[in-house]
Design a protein around this ligand. Structure first.
Ligand code: HEM
Length: 196
């Protein structure tokens, strides 16, 4: 449960963006490489499988600490079940989740918010990914694209409201540090997972 918001630092969203920038760039580079070499629906299912394993594993941990009590619209936010639906729609099978030792440590709500920052932020890149997949595979009707379509026309708005909540979560500089460190670790482990 989040403690009461004294709003000691409304700029956490800016700090976390700056701190994670290099890891975002590295992750983006790996993904753009994968997207450009995508030739078949099977390749796309493989990409969804990677996201499902890692984001699905993270989601289980995050849900121990984040719910409607500390993020009002958590239930309406994108879930990894959307990836499972996309894989099934495309004729694939539901994959296994990442092994625990490949995930960042999430043992309190601060770290959970750091990890969720990465997942929610990926809705922004998701829209670009969705366009790239459509171009490469000529997928019609958005079939199998529900996860990367993110919140559609609501994506920017959902991102702004997430950042607003995030800005009220940290009560001390140590809290902020913990959130930022968890976000960095979430990116680093994801890149490790993609590189495997
Ligand atoms: C092809 C892959 C990707 C591209 C092209 C991409 C691109 C982008 C773009 C254009 C933004 C918005 C930047 C802004 O408005 O300032 C963004 C933000 C973000 N992306 Fe990605 N992204 C990709 C993949 C990912 C993935 C896989 C993750 C997570 C694992 C991720 C996490 C984030 C986060 C956390 C932000 C928010 C940064 C902030 O605090 O404003 N991105 N991305």
């Amino acid at each position: 449960m989040a403690r009461k918001n004294k709003n000691i630092n409304p700029m956490l969203a800016d700090k976390i963006k700056e701190a994670t920038l290099q890891y975002h760039q590295q992750t983006e580079k790996v993904l753009v490489g994968k997207l450009k070499s995508m030739r078949s629906k099977r390749d796309y299912i493989d990409l969804l499988t990677l996201f499902y394993g890692y984001f699905g594993g993270l989601e289980k941990h995050i849900e121990r600490y984040i719910n409607a009590s500390n993020l009002a619209d958590y239930e309406n936010r994108r879930k990894t079940s959307a990836i499972a639906d996309d894989i099934l729609t495309l004729g694939g099978a539901i994959p296994a989740l990442t092994a625990e030792d490949q995930l960042p440590e999430i043992d309190n709500y601060l770290k959970a918010f750091g990890a969720l920052y990465v997942i929610e932020g990926s809705t922004l890149g998701g829209q670009i990914i969705s366009k790239m997949v459509q171009q490469h595979l000529h997928i019609a009707d958005g079939k199998g694209l529900s996860f990367f379509n993110s919140y559609g026309g609501q994506t920017e708005q959902m991102w702004s409201s997430f950042k607003e909540t995030l800005n009220g979560i940290a009560m001390t500089p140590q809290d902020e540090e913990m959130i930022i460190e968890a976000a960095n670790q979430t990116f680093i482990n994801f890149k490790g997972w993609l590189d495997k």
